[in-house]
Design a binder for this molecule. Structure first.
Ligand code: 4NP
Length: 144
């Protein structure tokens, strides 16, 4: 199973989803490949936001070694599921799909809700962590 987590900058939300799901999959001995990318390219090559690193560290999940990557159409060929954090991410990713099959790989990470962007609001990192962790546990149950 190959899963790509996508948000705008690939420094706040998708690194958390990437790191938490990877951590849980390893604990369960699942041979899953999990990565993340951003629809924007401003942070390419950078580590996650220090506030995402800190909230993950609090729960013993290390995301500090991740490096931001820009989403590109060739990634459709690699991943089985592309999970996006909000509706704008969905539009931006689906616009790059070249077939119905590729489009079908894309869905909202929270199914019928969005993960709010915490970049401009420090108080959101903790609730964002919690909602991502809850969904990652469900994904393990659904796809294992
Ligand atoms: P993310 O948050 O999409 O969760 O990584 C953001 C990070 C950076 C910016 C926007 C959102 N930015 O405008 O640089």
């Amino acid at each position: 199973m190959k899963i790509l987590m996508v948000c705008l900058g690939n420094i706040c939300r998708s690194p958390l989803a990437h790191g938490i799901l990877n951590h849980l999959a390893e604990e369960e001995g699942l041979d899953w490949t999990i990565e993340s990318a951003g629809t924007g390219d401003w942070h390419v090559g950078q580590s996650p936001d220090h506030r995402s690193i800190a909230v993950a560290q609090k729960y013993k999940v290390d995301i500090s070694q991740q490096k931001a990557m820009h989403f590109k159409p060739s990634l459709f060929e690699i991943y089985d599921h592309i999970l996006v954090m909000d509706h704008q991410n969905y539009k931006d990713v689906v616009a790059q799909a070249s077939s119905k099959e590729e489009k079908k790989k894309v869905s909202l990470f929270l199914v019928d809700d969005i993960v709010p962007d915490p970049y401009f609001d420090e108080r959101l990192f903790e609730p964002v962590y919690q909602m991502i962790e809850t969904r990652c546990k469900e994904l393990i149950q659904e796809w294992r």
